[in-house]
Write a protein that binds this ligand. Structure first.
Ligand SMILES: C[S@@+](CC[C@H](N)C(=O)[O-])C[C@H]1O[C@@H](n2cnc3c(N)ncnc32)[C@H](O)[C@@H]1O
Ligand SMILES: [Mg+2]
Length: 324
C-alpha cells in the first residue's frame, strides 16, 4: 500500500466481469474470483453538468414500453428493528457506535471518489458545492450531516418516521446542516415523483431491504445519467459472520442481537452484478477495516467484511424502463 492510498485501489478485473455479465447473464463464477485483486482505474468518464440535479441533462429520448414498476423495498421486520432504537442515533456509545466510528472512513471514500468523478477539488473546504446528493436510509443523519458540511444540497430519506424526526432535530442544531431536506419516504416513492440526484448514496441499508435488485433499480432511477451511486454494506463471508454477527452482536454487544441476517449480505461480486443490471457500472471499491486495538476504521483492499463502492450511471436513458 506504500505510496498509494488504499481507497484508490480498484478491482482490476471488474471490467472483465462486467463485460462478461453484459454478454452473458449467467457469468462464469470463476471470473468473479479474480475480483479479489484490487486496483484503482482512472478511466471514469466525467459527467456533463454536475449540480444540475438532472435539469441540464438531455439523455436521448426513450419511450418506455410500459410504465416502470418498483416493488416496495420495505422489509417490515427490518424497519421495526430501527424504529425500536431510534432514540439512540446520536448516542456515541449506543447501538450506532459502529456507524459513528466508521463515518470518517466512508466520508473519506465518498469525498475522494465523488470529487474524482465530478472533477472537483477534494481539498477545498466545500468540495460538494453544487452537487445534489440523496442519502437513502439516512437514519439519524450520521452521514447526511458531513455531506451537507462539504457543501452538497442534501436530501435524507428513511422509512422510519422517528428516525427522520431525530435527524431533523439534530441537523437543526447547526446552521451548516439545517438545510438538509429530510423526509420519511422510500427510494421507490421518489422514483414515481421523477426525482433525480447527482449522487445517490445508500450506506449500510441494502442488507435491510426486501429485494436488493429492485432497490438498486430504484437507486439507479434516482441517479442522473453520468451521476454516481454509492453503496456500502457487509460482505457475506465466513469472516463477516465471525465479526459482524458473532463478535458485534453476541460477544461485544455493540449491536442488538438479530440486527443483521448473514444470509441477506451480498458479496462484492453480487453487488457489482445487480448494479450492472440496473445500469450502474461500478468504478471504485474499497474495503473498510476495523482495528480493535485502536478502535478506528480505515480504508483497505480487504473487502472480506465491510466494503463500499461507487458506480456511475450509464448515460443512455432509463434502461430500467425496458422490460426484462
Ligand atoms: C444501518 S441503518 C444505516 C443508517 C445510515 N445510512 C447510516 O449509515 O448512518 C439502516 C437504515 O435504513 C433504513 N431503512 C431500512 N429499510 C429501508 C427502506 N426500504 N427504505 C428506506 N430506508 C430503509 C432504516 O430505518 C435505518 O435507518
Ligand atoms: Mg446494517
Amino acid at each position: 500500500m506504500a505510496g498509494r492510498s488504499p481507497h484508490r485501489l480498484y478491482h482490476r478485473h471488474l471490467l472483465h466481469l462486467l463485460r462478461s455479465i453484459t454478454r452473458n447473464p449467467n457469468p462464469n463464477p470463476n471470473v468473479s474470483s479474480s475480483l479479489l485483486s484490487l486496483r484503482y482505474l482512472s478511466n471514469t468518464p466525467p459527467p456533463t453538468q454536475p449540480g444540475s440535479g438532472g435539469g441540464a441533462y438531455f439523455p436521448p429520448p426513450t419511450l418506455p414500453l410500459h410504465p416502470p414498476t418498483f416493488r416496495s423495498s420495505l422489509n417490515e421486520a427490518e424497519v421495526a428493528k430501527f424504529a425500536a432504537i431510534a432514540d439512540t442515533w446520536w448516542d456515541f456509545e449506543g447501538p450506532f457506535k459502529p456507524l459513528h466510528a466508521m463515518n470518517p472512513t466512508r466520508v473519506s471514500f465518498i469525498r475522494s471518489t465523488v470529487c474524482r468523478h465530478f472533477r472537483k477539488d477534494p481539498n477545498c473546504a466545500r468540495p460538494f458545492e453544487g452537487l445534489k446528493i440523496i442519502d437513502v436510509g439516512c437514519g439519524g443523519g450520521i452521514l447526511s450531516e458531513p455531506l451537507a458540511r462539504m457543501g452538497a444540497t442534501v436530501t435524507g430519506i428513511d422509512a422510519v418516521e422517528k428516525n427522520i424526526k431525530i435527524a431533523q432535530i439534530h441537523a437543526d442544531l447547526d446552521p451548516l446542516t439545517s438545510s438538509i431536506d429530510y423526509s420519511c419516504t422510500t427510494a421507490e416513492q421518489l422514483v414515481t415523483e421523477n426525482k433525480k440526484f447527482d449522487v445517490v448514496i445508500a450506506s449500510e441499508v441494502i442488507e435491510h431491504v426486501a429485494d436488493p435488485s429492485e432497490f438498486c433499480k430504484s437507486l439507479a432511477s434516482l441517479t442522473v445519467p453520468s451521476g454516481a451511486t454509492v453503496i456500502s454494506t457487509i460482505n457475506r463471508s465466513v469472516r463477516s459472520y465471525a465479526a459482524a454477527i458473532v463478535a458485534a452482536e453476541y460477544l461485544l454487544s455493540w449491536l442488538p442481537k438479530g440486527t443483521h441476517e448473514w444470509s441477506k449480505f451480498l458479496t462484492p461480486e453480487e453487488l457489482v452484478m445487480i448494479l450492472q443490471r440496473a445500469s450502474i457500472s461500478v468504478q471504485e471499491m474499497a474495503g473498510m477495516v476495523y482495528n480493535p486495538l485502536t478502535g478506528e476504521w480505515s480504508l483497505s483492499d480487504d473487502t472480506s467484511i465491510n466494503f463500499i463502492a461507487l458506480g456511475t450511471k450509464e448515460d443512455k436513458g432509463e434502461l430500467t424502463d425496458v422490460p426484462q
